[in-house]
Design a protein around this ligand. Structure first.
Ligand code: PEP
Ligand code: MG
Length: 325
């Protein structure tokens, strides 16, 4: 079985009816990108930069960040989507160093909110990202976007940083793509409006499910509520994909749902064409994609969206598991 998956490495991820799908990797440390290259990922769909900041006493300098981004750029072919610092809630600095002491961290000053408040810290990361963009296909992805203002403000900061770098004689990509993670229900519901200010979307289903279903993703007592097939979650995913098609801007998914083979056909049927996941899942998901017929799945999944609840949906989903004729 492993040998068979190994053979898939060099094969393009194209569905049985000829739809090309991009399979990207999620990485947490620069060294993880070697695993992504190993399985033939089409690029990096999510580089979680908070790991550069965690488990240490100081903040990473511009040069240190630039070196990390360069390492990732050099080790994979294809785009490298670097997510700006997503600190707060389940990702903390520890040792009493966390800037926000909210009563409800998941709803507090985290991710893009924190970066737009602590702009001195954010500017260091933006400088490093921009300088890295001179050396490869860097894309910047913003976590926890919940309104257009945050996108506009970040773009403004990026513009200012570009002017500064230009004056200093540093090279950068002046057309650096800037995308929004869709992981807050408000973002999914207003996706057509956000799309006017974003170059791409990436669905963060881990948080999208947490916020949609009002269930703390790290609370074991209520983890039975975590259900990617909840009709509300599926509707938000569909809205986001449709907004991307309309705009048009690319939509990918980088939450755990994208790496779970149980949902691959469903996501193809919802119109998803870019998946980003842990490198270890890429070949298994690719195998399923190559056996799938997107045109048929789109019809089947469309009809399934009328299901009354997740259990009913799950039954239909099991029936989808027949390989395409
Ligand atoms: C997500 O929320 O789905 C996501 C990919 O980001 P993280 O798990 O790092 O919050
Ligand atoms: Mg998230």
């Amino acid at each position: 079985y492993r040998r068979m998956l190994g053979k898939l490495k060099g094969e393009p991820a194209i569905t049985a009816d000829g739809v090309p799908i991009r399979l990207l990797a999620n990485v947490e440390l620069p060294d993880d990108s070697a695993d992504a290259a190993e399985v033939g990922a089409d690029g990096i769909g999510l580089y979680r930069t908070e790991f550069l900041y965690m488990n240490r006493e100081d903040m990473p300098s511009e040069e240190e960040q630039l070196a990390a981004y360069r390492r990732v750029l050099r080790s994979v072919d294809g785009p490298v989507t670097i997510r700006t610092l997503d600190l707060g809630a389940d990702k903390t600095l520890g040792q009493g160093r966390d800037p926000a002491q909210s009563t409800n961290p998941a709803l507090g000053l985290r991710a893009i909110r924190l970066c737009l408040k602590e702009t001195d810290m954010f500017r260091v990361q933006l400088r490093a990202l921009l300088r890295a963009s001179a050396e490869g296909d860097v894309r910047v992805m913003l976590p926890m976007i919940s309104n257009t203002q945050e996108l506009k403000q970040t773009r403004h900061l990026i513009g200012e940083t570009m002017n500064q770098l230009r004056a200093e004689g540093h090279a950068f990509n002046s057309a650096l793509p800037v995308g929004a993670m869709i992981e807050v229900p408000a973002a999914a519901l207003s996706a057509p409006l956000l799309a006017r200010h974003a170059d791409f979307f990436s669905l963060g289903t881990n948080d999208l499910i947490q916020y949609t279903l009002a269930m703390d993703r790290v609370d074991d007592e209520i983890n039975y509520l975590y259900d990617p097939l909840h009709p509300a979650v599926l509707r938000l995913i569909k809205l986001t994909i449709e907004a991307g098609e309309q705009a048009p801007i690319p939509v990918s998914m980088c939450g755990e749902m994208a790496s779970d083979r149980r949902y691959t056909r469903l996501l193809l049927g919802l119109g998803l064409t870019e998946f980003s996941m842990h490198p270890a899942s890429i070949l298994e998901v690719k195998q399923l994609i190559m056996q799938s017929n997107v045109a048929a799945l789109r019809e089947q999944v469309d009809a399934m969206l009328a299901c009354g609840d997740a259990d009913e949906f799950r039954e239909h989903l099991d029936a989808l598991d027949e390989p395409a004729p």
